[in-house]
Structures are given as structure tokens and as C-alpha cells.
Design a protein around this ligand. Structure first.
Ligand SMILES: [Fe+2]
Length: 231
């Protein structure tokens, strides 16, 4: 693997990209292209909620395709290749028109999936706690009401997309869904939690029962990561 675009799970703040997401950065920037980082856990770590085969295909084929196609879109454009993908999505209005939709699709796909992998962990987690819990309760009434809203938003997202908990620039939380690979970063929102509701995320195990997948997803949520993103 080339030393660029790796997923920096620890100790990357010194690289100076913390401003991109406001917390521990997931992406490092160099000029030789985007890379598919390794998962932060084994393929079978999220069993039985998310099965091993789904993880292998989702990461190794779907996420890889977004990375490969993002590199194709930016081929020869060194100034763009030097930027973290989250920064590019925040600056989507500056991307050349000829490749803008390709960057929305594949840059969004790369960013969304990288965040998604890190929003989950083996065995799930207790939480949320602290400031995030206070904000969720004051905004939605309770954690359970947030979960119900994110589930509802995911269920009513026709076709493919994501259901999100996001923070706006003033720190206010909201929950909504996006189509396809549209990233909240493109409209100034920071992802706090996001659940992939493309069929490729759940179909092998849950078939057409998206509701069952969404209900089970909370068993692998990484609340600590959400708290970091909200901080
Ligand atoms: Fe996906």
C-alpha cells in the first residue's frame, strides 16, 4: 500500500488535518492518490449483526470501487489529489463541473464508508454519554427517539442512501437522510452517526428487511466515535 490516504486511527493529529472533521482525522493527504484503508477490525468482528461476507464485499469491492473511481476522476489534478476527501466535499462547489458529479458520487462514497466503518465496533458500546447525550436529549427528547427517527428516515429513503445524525456549524444536531452517496459535508454538516441503507449493506443477511437491519445496527454502534465527532 502506498503511504498516502491511509486511515489514521491514532496519532495523526500532528499531521494537521484535525480541522477537517473537528476531531481525530480519518484521512491523510498526499499527492499520489486516494487509498482504501484497512478496516479497523476483522471482517467477522460485527457478526452476527453484519455478516462476514457482506463486510468483505462491502469494503473490498464497493468501497474500493469508490476509491478507484475517485482517483480516475482526479487523474492528473495534483492540487485536488493533495486534499483529504472530506475537505474536497466541503469545497464541492469549487470542483470542475466536468467531474463534479463523479466526485459527489465517489468522493462521497469514499468518505461515507470510511466514517461508517469507524462508527461501528465489535460488540457495540454503551452510550452516548456527556455532551453528546445532553444534546441528543435536548434535541430529540431521548436517545430512543433519535434512534426511532434515524430508523424512520432510513426506511423512507427510497432507493439507496444514508440515514444520518449530523451537526451543523453552530453545533446543533439534526437527523435526516441523503440519497445515493451525497455527503452531509457538502452542505456544511458534520456526520456524527450514519447508517448505510444501500441494499449492498444488508441484503445478503436481511434480504429486503431493511427495518431488521436498522434495528440490529445499534448493537454495533460506536458511541465513543460519535462523541469524538461531536466534540
Ligand atoms: Fe455502502
Amino acid at each position: 500500500m502506498k503511504p498516502s490516504r491511509r486511515l489514521f486511527l491514532k496519532g495523526a493529529s500532528a499531521l494537521g488535518f484535525a480541522a477537517v472533521t473537528g476531531t481525530q482525522p480519518l484521512f491523510a493527504a498526499q499527492a499520489d492518490g486516494f487509498e482504501l484503508a484497512k478496516l479497523p477490525y476483522a471482517f467477522d468482528a460485527l457478526e452476527p449483526v453484519i455478516d462476514t461476507k457482506t463486510m468483505e464485499i462491502h469494503w473490498g469491492r464497493h468501497h474500493k470501487a469508490y476509491v478507484d473511481n475517485l482517483n480516475k476522476a482526479f487523474a492528473g489534478k495534483v492540487e485536488w489529489l493533495a486534499k483529504p476527501v472530506d475537505q474536497i466535499l466541503k469545497e464541492i462547489g469549487e470542483v470542475p463541473a466536468a467531474i463534479k458529479q463523479a466526485v459527489i458520487n465517489n468522493g462521497g462514497g469514499h468518505s461515507n464508508h470510511t466514517h461508517f466503518w469507524n462508527m461501528m465496533k465489535a460488540g457495540g458500546s454503551e452510550g452516548p454519554t456527556g455532551n453528546l447525550k445532553e444534546a441528543i436529549v435536548s434535541t430529540f427528547g431521548s436517545v430512543e427517539k433519535l434512534q426511532a427517527l434515524m430508523t424512520s428516515n432510513g426506511m423512507t429513503r427510497f432507493g439507496s442512501g444514508w440515514t444520518w445524525l449530523v451537526k451543523d456549524p453552530t453545533g446543533k444536531l439534526s437527523a435526516y437522510s441523503t440519497a445515493n452517496q451525497d455527503s452531509p459535508l457538502m452542505v456544511g454538516r458534520t456526520p456524527i452517526l450514519g447508517i448505510d441503507v444501500w441494499e449492498h449493506a444488508y441484503y445478503l443477511k436481511y434480504q429486503n428487511k431493511r427495518a431488521d437491519y436498522l434495528a440490529a445496527w445499534w448493537k454495533v454502534v460506536n458511541w465513543k466515535r460519535a462523541e469524538e465527532l461531536f466534540a
